[in-house]
Design a protein around this ligand. Structure first.
Ligand SMILES: *Cc1c(COP(=O)(O)O)cnc(C)c1O
Length: 387
């Protein structure tokens, strides 16, 4: 299969936002470097933003060590945020809206990162966080939620049930509902990733974006952002969206292939270990309309991608985030991407939260006494040069 181009014209489903600025998007970027610089394009009204933590404004990196195959590869590093995942944008907007609505509590279900993000964000905003997770949640992530004072329900029946329960609790107890995929503001917040990429590429739209997919909100938000940019006249096309799923849990890829739902296995990539994606239909439509594709990657490829990203790019990615890089390589082997294309991969979460998956494949430990001669000896023995 050759490189796939967009097949279907995409109509923007713009919410009532003020796209008065046309192709420049912002008349004057001004000094605000975070997500709130796009506040005119977000569903919040006037008045000072009270949410106190930074949101968005993450770097787009050109990493020479990762550009061997794709000379125009960019890494959107969403680990640079308060809780080190892309969930912090939606948390920021949700907490701000909760404050504006006079709420005192906020809830979400989570595979891990939404929960940590919400625990931290709610703590900063002075809101009580009620979090619903699977008992299989990453223990390190659970400790981070508790560290920030969240109340955590571990729901025996797993994430899909936790999701429904969190929604029902929000309705019953009047908590703000930050659940991804059902609260449209999660899309609104995460679409700012597309705006940032466009600005960081000197107002250009990349040809391809590779995005890990669990619920599908991250991918659809990026699609929405680029559609809105196009509606502004900022560009004429959209990037082809390549959604990456884990080989052990790929319900959206199966749907995209027209396969019947199969057995769900397992994966170390908890951020994309979603058996019943809440944003399935929209994510499927977005991938198809962009002329993109789904690919899947086994855990071994994810572990290798974690190692490659760290060793060659200095990027510490957790498994679900490293899946983007593994997916890039997979897409190349399926000839879904041309090496000359401008490609952006989104690194959605940090390895610092998932130390148990750090295998240290590339480096080495050399035990010695405090003796310079031993340093030289060990270097020589390891085949390394001292100068
Ligand atoms: C949530 C998450 C994803 C996937 O995002 P969805 O919006 O659920 O598709 C990918 N990577 C990490 C690290 C995540 O936390």
């Amino acid at each position: 299969m050759g490189v796939v181009r967009a097949r279907v014209p995409i109509t923007a489903d713009l919410v009532e936002l003020r796209y008065a600025y046309g192709p420049h998007l912002l008349p004057d970027p001004g000094p605000v470097s975070d997500m709130w610089r796009y506040r005119d394009l977000l569903p919040i009204g006037e008045g000072t933003v009270r949410y106190p933590l930074p949101a968005g404004g993450t770097p787009l990196l050109a990493l020479p060590g990762l550009r061997g195959v794709f000379p125009h590869l960019w890494v959107k590093d969403e680990t640079r945020s308060p809780s080190c995942s892309n969930k912090d944008r939606a948390t920021a907007l949700a907490c701000e809206l909760a404050l504006r609505e006079g709420k005192t509590a906020i809830t979400a279900a989570s595979t891990g990162n939404v929960a940590v993000s919400l625990a931290v964000g709610a703590a900063a905003a002075g809101l009580q966080a009620y979090i619903f997770v699977s008992p299989a949640v990453d223990p390190g992530k659970l400790r981070l939620m508790l560290q920030a004072g969240a109340t955590v329900f571990t729901v025996e029946e797993g994430y899909a049930a936790a999701f429904e329960l969190s929604r029902r609790a929000a309705a019953a107890f009047g908590w703000y509902d930050r659940n991804t995929g059902v609260n449209p503001i999660t899309l609104e917040a995460k679409k700012t990733v597309a705006f940032e990429i466009w600005e960081q590429l000197d107002r250009a739209i990349p040809e391809v974006m590779v995005i890990p997919v669990g619920d599908g909100t991250t991918l659809s938000a990026i699609a929405k952002g680029f559609r809105e940019l196009r509606a502004c006249g900022a560009g004429t096309r959209l990037p082809r969206l390549i959604g990456v799923q884990a080989a052990g849990c790929r319900p959206l890829m199966r749907a995209w292939l027209g396969e019947t739902a199969g057995e769900i296995g397992t994966t170390i990539a908890d951020g994309i270990f979603v058996t019943v994606p809440s944003n399935a239909e929209t994510a499927l439509r977005d991938v198809v309309e962009s002329g993109g594709a789904f690919v899947s990657v086994p855990d071994e490829a994810i572990l290798q991608a974690m190692s490659d990203l760290a060793r060659r790019g200095g990027i510490l990615a957790e498994p679900a985030a490293a899946a983007a890089y593994a997916g890039l390589l997979q897409a190349r082997s399926q000839k879904l991407i041309d090496v000359e294309e401008t490609v952006v991969i989104e690194i959605t979460g940090s390895a610092l939260k998932t130390p148990r998956y750090l295998e240290g494949r590339a480096g080495r430990v050399l035990p010695i006494h405090a003796d310079l001669a031993q340093v030289a000896e060990r270097l020589a023995a390891a085949g390394l040069r001292s100068r």
